[in-house]
Design a binder for this molecule. Sequence first.
Ligand code: SF4
Length: 425
Amino acid sequence: MTERNIKSVRGWCPGALKPMESGDGLIVRLRAHAGTLSADDLLAIAGIAQRFGNGLIDLTRRANVQIRGVTQDKLAGLWSDLSMLGLLDPSSDAEAVRNVMVNPLTGLDPTEICDVRSLARELEHRLAEDQALWQLPGKFGFIVDGTGLLSLDGERADIRLKAIRIGEETKVALGIDGPEGTIWLGAADLQTAADAAVCAGHAFLDVRGSDVRSRMRDLPETARLQMHATVATQLALIEQIPLGGETRPRLGTLDYNGSVFAAGIAAPFGRIEAGTLRTLAALSIKLGVREFRLSSWRCFYATVSDEQTAKTLLAVAQAHSLIIDTTDPLLAIDACPGAPACRSTTLDTRAAARRLAPLLNELGCRCVHISGCAKGCARSKPADLVLVGAGDRFGIIHHDTARAEPRDFVAPAQITQLPPLVRTS
Ligand code: SF4
């Protein structure tokens, strides 16, 4: 390990080696390789969260796991334990650039085009090894998508690799994020797709100009064309591929033609207590469940191979207040931690979300975002209804993001009166 940066930095994406300060202590974020953790890993992470943190764990929108409430004096012990699990990168830069999201059911889902786990691992390895790419902006992200039931079409990424079929052949299309969505540059073979993504990363750095925070979508047209010309030499020409809309998570038992392959479990707002995770992980080990897949919907998927195992695991998850039903209204609400975990607000966003959840049908909202402040940590995309902290009240915003200007306001105590408010606004 070459760097153990104890200094926490506000406003950065936290990592394991670069924790971020929050209202309840340091946040330590773990980037699981190819979005996969074994049941043993989860059991160990639960123990680490109890010993070194405040016992609260988050499943994040970028399919990571974060341990909350860590104090500076406990970091060395936490790092030592993570290192023994193989969950610590050699440096905070190598960790930060390894920002790769994989569709969670790859390798399990019979409806996918191909298993992209090896491709995702190869890309992670190349990003961590190639120091020039450490200059990519902090939130610069990659998606590797084998498609299928839980495709990542609805998630945004600076560079996207998506499995496609051209005739009888399986290829990987490479797309970059543009102002109006993904722009496809061409297709590579599965074996060379990581090379193409790395080449696109270098090409971006060559053309991005002086603003080191700019993302792929910020490139001017001329720079994008220049980049296209560089990367396209490695790729076969393809037609533009339409992307599907936002994928809704599937929970409970997942099967194909009666053959069960996964059990989907969500944590309300992504928050799970270490004791609950410990119980689930220990049961999984006993049942022979080998691994879990993390997803961008704040849920995870246990890789099970029979219905009885899935049912046993799901029953215990439900008994611990986890969500196993896709129609649960809490899934339609993105709520940031709010107070007291975050010092940027005095509002308890998640209490507000729980009070609002039973009213979603009446409100006619498919997705709601409750944000303690305009930063909008829990959701960057627009939502049907946004409640954003404004002093001791929530500003009300329709069909936009938390950064928009609210026109109406509601006190937290009046939140259950929102339906008439929303209807008349
Ligand atoms: S959006 Fe929520 S979690 Fe993010 S800074 Fe604001 S109050 Fe804190």
